[in-house]
Design a protein around this ligand. Structure first.
Ligand SMILES: [Zn+2]
Length: 509
């Protein structure tokens, strides 16, 4: 007889369902998270059984009845397997194996509250779980070790691929319990892959690490920070093993970058939770703050889809929180106010190709610029308006008009005096976390310079700029009046755009 499908199946994704307790009429799929009537799940199982037996009937030679296949002699069964069944399975198996390899080359996890919409798999979990039901049905025909191995491999790939496909959907669904579902799917996928471990060395460990990372995220969003910390720490150790195994294997090396990205996400969660003292009030506040920060990032895929960036933001957030608790120091510029705003300090070196402006031709001068680190909040990404307008600060007419040749910078030394008074100190008032990176700061400065220089032919011909260099992140006190920020100490060097003040003030730690 062919192997009967044992458990109920989810009518939405075809994953096996756990049998509900007696008297319960509704069952929730632990893989896709959909609730359904028990009656519907039973009906779907009958449909699936029918389609599997239909498929098998078409696969085997006419006249051969496999409904009592134990009575068919092994040699005949083997013949049917090799000549009729396996070629049909192989067509689908090859496609799924190929598509799974492509899925495995991508980051399959996400940070708490971040919806990851970067993954677009080629298959639907329902078709793959249904394929797996077919694979299961041919086990009685696999009579020798070689045939058994072929079926085992197809089963392992189908099961783990199908569970991962459900996760690919959950990554971009704002379901509250999605991390708990993802953790279950990763565990089930890891368990299935154990039977075909040699196919992708390191994959079992990677999937186990992803399960721990998802559990850590689930604990985080539920305010259980110590539990989140334990799970993310354990995930990191497993990513190490997975990365090592994947790097030394031909088939698994495609996973290497994805494992590094997944590791960064677990690392972010671990570093965020390590300061937790288990005080539920303090922990709940951090969770709310992280949720608000991610809410701002969620409009910018270039940020939230990049684990390196997310990790950078989280690690700076952690330093800011520590500096607020007087456990770390950060650069702070002088000034009074009720809030601290983050700026990137940029050192821009330039020279003039003519001696008419500077006494010594080709003399290199240095200009310090500020880039508002959160200018994009509520506005456009990496706007040049986030940069101190050094040219405007001086020029009344053309950009270079009014220079006498004795200056040491275009702006007349605008920010250097103020920046020289910056101190390393604890943060004595609420501080807004920096949500952009050093690279963003350099990009904004470059884009500002290009815009300015290209607008004036005289400048374009005479000015020689080197690439902007990011020096540090510095906090500047600002007076927030409930609507906007003001930076009187920066004078004309205050960037025009600093982001939506109401949104940003709400993120302060
Ligand atoms: Zn389901």
């Amino acid at each position: 007889m062919t192997q009967e499908l044992q458990s109920l199946r989810c009518r939405y994704c075809s994953a096996p369902l756990e049998a509900p307790a007696a008297g319960v009429e509704t069952v929730v799929c632990r893989s896709c998270g959909t609730a359904q009537k028990l009656l519907d799940a039973r009906q779907y199982l009958e449909e699936l059984k029918l389609s599997v037996s239909e498929w098998l009937r078409k696969a085997v030679p006419v006249g051969m009845d496999l409904s009592h296949s134990a009575n068919v002699d092994p040699v005949a069964r083997y013949g049917v397997f090799v000549n009729n069944v396996k070629p049909r399975l192989d067509t689908e198996f090859t496609e799924y194996r190929f598509n799974m390899a492509s899925l495995l080359s991508q980051n399959l996890t996400t940070f708490p509250y971040i919806l990851n919409d970067q993954i677009h798999p080629s298959n639907d979990p329902k078709e793959v779980f249904s394929f797996q039901a077919k694979v299961q049905s041919v086990y009685p025909l696999a009579v020798n070790p070689e045939a058994k191995k072929a079926v085992d491999d197809a089963n392992a790939v189908a099961v783990s691929y199908a569970y991962l496909l459900n996760n690919a959907k959950l990554l971009h669904e704002p379901k509250g319990d999605r991390f708990a579902l993802m953790a279950d799917n990763f565990s089930s996928a890891a368990k299935a892959m154990e039977a075909a471990n040699e196919m992708y060395p390191g994959l079992v460990e990677r999937l186990q690490a992803n399960a721990l990372s998802a559990t850590a995220s689930d604990a985080f969003v539920n305010g259980k920070l110590p539990e989140s910390h334990r799970n993310s720490s354990r995930a990191l150790a497993l990513y190490e093993t997975a990365g090592g195994l994947a790097a030394s294997s031909m088939t698994s090396t495609v996973m290497s970058q994805a494992i590094r990205d997944e590791r960064l996400i677990a690392d972010s969660i671990m570093s965020l939770t390590q300061a937790s003292t288990g005080d539920s009030m303090v922990d709940a506040k951090l969770v709310t703050q992280v949720q608000a920060i991610v809410g701002v990032l969620q409009s910018f895929p270039q940020v939230y889809s990049n684990p390196t960036r997310v990790q950078g933001i989280i690690s700076r957030l952690q330093t800011t929180i520590a500096a607020r608790k007087a456990m770390a120091t950060m650069r702070v510029l002088p000034g009074s106010g009720n809030l601290l705003y983050p700026f990137w300090v940029i050192d821009l070196k330039y020279s003039f190709s003519t001696g008419a402006l500077w006494t010594k031709k080709g003399k290199e001068v240095s200009e310090l610029l500020l880039v508002a680190a959160d200018a994009f909040a509520g506005g456009a990404w990496n706007s040049p308006g986030a940069v101190s307008d050094v040219f405007r600060a001086r020029a009344k007419g053309g950009v270079l008009d009014g220079l006498t040749g004795k200056e040491t910078s275009i702006s007349g030394g605008g920010l250097s005096t103020l920046l020289a008074q910056a101190t390393n100190s604890h943060l004595s008032m609420p501080a807004i976390p920096a949500l952009s990176s050093e690279n963003d700061a350099a990009e904004m400065a470059t884009s500002y310079l290009n815009t300015t220089i290209n607008s004036d032919a005289k400048v374009r011909d005479k000015l020689r700029l080197s690439a902007p260099r990011v020096v540090e992140l510095a906090y500047v006190p600002t007076q927030y009046d409930g609507q906007r920020f003001s930076f009187p100490q920066l004078g004309a060097m205050a960037p025009r755009e600093t982001g939506n003040a109401t949104v940003l003030a709400g993120l302060s730690v």
